[in-house]
Design a protein around this ligand. Structure first.
Ligand code: ADP
Ligand code: GN1
Ligand code: MG
Length: 354
């Protein structure tokens, strides 16, 4: 690792560098120096992101835009340059490494400890969308083409079932059927976009609770992180992914499915924070379709976990052999629970707008 971090403009002598966080995509390390000064060092996953140079161009443009509105260094990700003055490092092997200032006195939660924590993450992602409302969307590259194209995610699931390279499909036939029985709904939001009823906005597209840093003392939002998928998208998807992860009563990879449900209390908290922070920007139909965003993001993410399980765990980092299978089971359990709570979800969203 010294070969990597030694090429950045560090303050102080490095003391420690070790794996950090619970992201599923990039390789993340905490780097500490004797100043003391903390950094986050990351290698981008170039299997997931086909064009890492374009991704970094997006990231620099988006953070520059955010910084014009808020110059506090704890509020916007800060890249530390290399010794040669570049904003990130490209190795001879073609890997891209970046170094961030560590956001100090912050919390990054895999699970909300209080209802207010989730409400605050809704505020963070709602405000994020507001801050990017005047960002020139056409200058953003598509870092993962068709990222939230749910029908295409189902097409990829079908391909995986057919290819079945590890002979796993037979044993998970029940899970496959639970997902496929929802396939006809997959296009519900994109079709409204094609007909011009739902607009594209600049969205984050990965609005998990652990992609926002809260202030350790006040527990209010400090900074939205993980900007690798900032692209034009639907507001309902940013709402929906926040619910998928944050309003669940259990972890994304919980094995005991009796613990997994979608909490209406948490749903209401996130809806209140998100809708409040998006302000007047959302059209009535965008608000009305927020529950559908929650259902489709959960269905889509579950279909992606199942696809990855069938393909041999080539996309998401796993920590145990059936990790992706466990994850897909929690997601489909949540989808089915949302269906039971559908009317309450619609009512809560309508009330949050008032
Ligand atoms: P991934 O795409 O793999 O999820 P993230 O960019 O979300 O990668 O980073 C993984 C984790 O590293 C985050 O969930 C957070 O805990 C931590 N992290 C990332 N950037 C910072 C930062 N600037 N300051 C403090 N912690 C950070
Ligand atoms: C990945 O990078 P991370 O861990 O924040 C994934 C999301 C999924 C999520 C599921 C680029 O997010 O799309 O919803 O895992 N990110 C990418 O936890 O695929
Ligand atoms: Mg992340």
């Amino acid at each position: 690792m010294e070969k990597i971090y030694g090429q950045f403009r560090l303050e102080g002598a490095p003391l420690y560098c070790g794996r950090y966080g619970s992201g599923h995509i990039n390789d993340t390390y905490l780097l500490a120096t004797d100043q003391p000064h903390l950094y986050i060092l990351q290698r981008l996953n170039n299997k997931v992101f086909p064009n890492t140079q374009m991704l970094m161009r997006n990231l620099i443009a988006v953070t520059d835009h955010l910084r014009k509105q808020d110059s506090d260094p704890r509020h916007v990700l800060v890249l530390v340059p290399t010794l040669t003055g570049d904003p990130y490092l490209t190795t001879e092997e073609g890997d891209v490494w970046r170094l961030y200032e560590f956001i100090t006195d912050s919390l990054c939660l895999d699970k909300s400890e209080t209802v207010n924590d989730l409400l605050q993450s809704g505020v963070a992602f709602g405000s994020f969308q507001n801050q990017l409302a005047d960002f020139p969307a056409s200058t953003l590259g598509e870092t993962i083409p068709r990222f939230h194209d749910t029908p295409n995610r189902f097409a990829l699931l079908h391909k995986a079932i057919e290819a079945d390279p590890l002979n796993r499909a037979k044993a998970v036939e029940a899970e496959i059927q639970r997902f496929l029985s929802h396939e006809q709904e997959a296009d519900a939001l994109l079709s409204l976009n094609r007909s011009g009823e739902l607009p594209l906005r600049v969205t984050h597209n990965d609005t998990k609770l652990n992609n926002v840093m809260l202030d350790r003392r006040t527990r209010t939002p400090l900074c939205v992180i993980d900007l690798d998928t900032v692209m034009p998208g639907l507001a309902a998807n940013d709402f929906g992914d926040g619910i998928r992860f944050g309003a669940s009563t259990a972890a994304e990879d919980e094995r005991d499915l009796s613990k997994v449900s979608m909490s209406l209390e948490l749903f209401k908290a996130y809806a209140t924070g998100f809708i409040g922070a998006c302000g007047q920007r959302l059209r009535p139909l965008e608000i009305e379709t927020l529950p559908m965003g929650a259902k489709l993001m959960t269905l889509e993410c579950g279909a992606r976990f199942l696809t990855d399980y069938l393909m041999g765990d080539v996309y998401f980092h796993i920590a145990r052999p059936e990790h992706n299978l466990d994850r897909c089971r929690t997601q489909i359990t949540l989808v089915e629970d949302m269906e039971r709570k559908w009317e309450d979800m619609a009512r809560i969203v309508a009330q949050a707008k008032e």
